[in-house]
Design a protein around this ligand. Structure first.
Ligand SMILES: [Zn+2]
Length: 189
């Protein structure tokens, strides 16, 4: 169940109509084949968070590069923008006192919810022969430096994972090799 959208002018109202694909074949059927000629140009778009959410790219050395958006499959554009909007709203609720934009930005920074570590890249799954979900533009890594693959613990808050789950995303905390930085719009892969 979603809460009513407060800003119908900027947020689409027909959210989450796309079911989460189950298994690799359904992923290909839903999002196409990234190795097809011209696939990326036709399908990968950049999603920008709604102002005043400031987004950064987290580098290996922890430096943060301001970015205008995240590269994602076009079918997840509205979904991702809604997720980011809800993360902003959830942070706002958790700020003590009057939640100014600056305070919400500071909250996101303190919890490192404003920094992703990569989304679209064509590559095989680690140690596997199949394309990773990142290849389809349907996976994003967040705060990778503090939530590395193989680490069963996460620094990312439960409410944050719950927002992704509500919008059909699966996270990597319970993968055979835990991957707490990772969220993907696919299950059973
Ligand atoms: Zn990942």
């Amino acid at each position: 169940m979603r809460r009513p959208v407060r800003n119908p002018d900027v947020l689409p109202v027909d959210l989450d109509t796309l079911p989460t694909p189950n298994g690799f074949d359904q992923v290909v059927a839903t999002f196409g084949n990234p190795t097809d000629r011209g696939w990326a140009a036709a399908n990968i778009v950049k999603v920008s968070p709604i102002d005043p959410f400031l987004l950064f790219f987290q580098e290996d050395n922890n430096s943060l590069i301001p970015v205008s958006g995240i590269q994602i499959h076009r079918k997840l554009k509205d979904n991702l923008q809604s997720v980011l909007h809800e993360i902003w709203e959830a942070a706002k609720e958790r700020v003590n006192g009057t939640a100014t934009d600056a305070k919400v930005q500071r909250y996101l920074r303190e919890h490192r919810l404003d920094q992703h570590s990569g989304s679209f890249v064509i590559r095989n799954m680690r140690g596997g022969r199949r394309l990773s979900m990142h290849s389809f533009g349907i996976a994003i890594d967040w705060d990778a430096n503090n939530n590395p693959q193989g680490n069963p613990n996460s620094t990312l808050p439960d409410f944050w994972y719950e927002i992704w789950a509500k919008h059909g995303w699966i996270d990597g905390r319970h993968f055979r090799t835990p991957d707490p930085m990772h969220v993907q719009f696919a299950k059973g892969t």
